[in-house]
Write a protein that binds this ligand. Structure first.
Ligand SMILES: Nc1ncnc2c1ncn2[C@@H]1O[C@H](COP(=O)(O)OP(=O)(O)OP(=O)(O)O)[C@@H](O)[C@H]1O
Length: 250
């Protein structure tokens, strides 16, 4: 039995003036897989993520998510039906604790109006799911730490925890290892290995150690087109990929 596709991208196009950033791109993400997208700088990876979240409009093609055509679904609407992007550290409330940041995200997603922030810590409807998420991301020991005193690596982990608070069907991770030390990257890979058993994940990442140890399938983007999709072994041994991108690295 084949695994159903959670995300289907069909013939997607995005033009910036004369430049085709996404060029008739088609790919699928299967339910339960960790699908990585790799490609040289400027290949169109971030543009694709923005087209998926609805941050930018596509010029042609379509995106089907969980059986629904996203054409008329707004950016908040896409988040509500389970498409979650992990945002940059700047979206964290630096003066709040780790637990408060995740509680706020749980509260925002559950549709409850914001209450005075101090009460958040006392509401078990918020703290219970928040603590479970922090446990999955290895941050439970830091729950009561003020966010500004976390290390850079821990803040990236917290960003992902905040995204998880929206109960995503698909988690979009755009370069989660960017700017991390080798040690922090290795820690995050450990957490993502755990997380991939629970979530379907689309990962964009330049760190090839991370990609090849985490991905079930990899798509390679070059000039806005997917030149290959396959298992890590298939991608490593694909002659077109080696010539276009991986060179002697793989
Ligand atoms: N707002 C924009 N206006 C014009 N051109 C853009 C815009 N955003 C991206 N581009 C161009 O579109 C192409 C794809 O960019 P994109 O950022 O999606 O690539 P990427 O694969 O994510 O690159 P990187 O790995 O460096 O993050 C590039 O040539 C880029 O210069």
């Amino acid at each position: 039995m084949t695994t159903p596709d959670l995300l289907i991208v069909e013939n997607l196009v995005k033009r910036y003036d004369g430049l085709l950033a996404t060029d008739d791109l088609s790919l699928t993400v299967r339910q339960g897989e960790l699908h990585a997208i790799i490609g040289p700088n400027g290949a169109g990876k971030t543009t694709l993520i923005k087209q998926l979240t609805g941050e930018i409009r596509s010029d042609a093609g379509r995106v089907i998510f969980a059986g629904q055509n996203l054409k008329r679904v707004s950016e908040p609407g896409r988040s509500h039906i389970g498409l979650a992007r992990s945002f940059q550290i700047t979206s964290l409330f630096q003066n709040f604790t780790v637990l408060e940041n995740v509680c706020l995200a749980v509260q925002a997603h559950s549709g409850h109006s914001f209450r005075f922030w101090k009460k958040i810590n006392n509401d078990t409807n918020l703290t219970e799911p928040a603590l479970t998420i922090l446990q999955h991301m290895g941050l439970e020991q830091r729950a009561h730490t003020v966010t500004s005193s976390l290390s850079h690596g821990e803040q990236r982990q917290l960003e992902i925890a905040v995204a998880l608070a929206t109960k995503p069907k698909l988690l979009l991770l755009d370069e989660p290892m960017a700017g991390m030390s080798k040690e922090d990257s290795e820690t995050l890979i450990e957490h993502l290995l755990e997380l991939k058993n629970r979530y379907t994940i689309l990962l964009i990442e330049h760190d090839m150690d991370a990609v090849f140890s985490l991905a079930d399938r990899i798509s390679v983007l070059v000039y806005g087109r997917a030149i290959a999709t396959g298992t890590p072994d298939e991608i490593r041994n694909n002659e077109d990929v080696r010539q276009a991108y991986l060179g002697e690295e793989a």
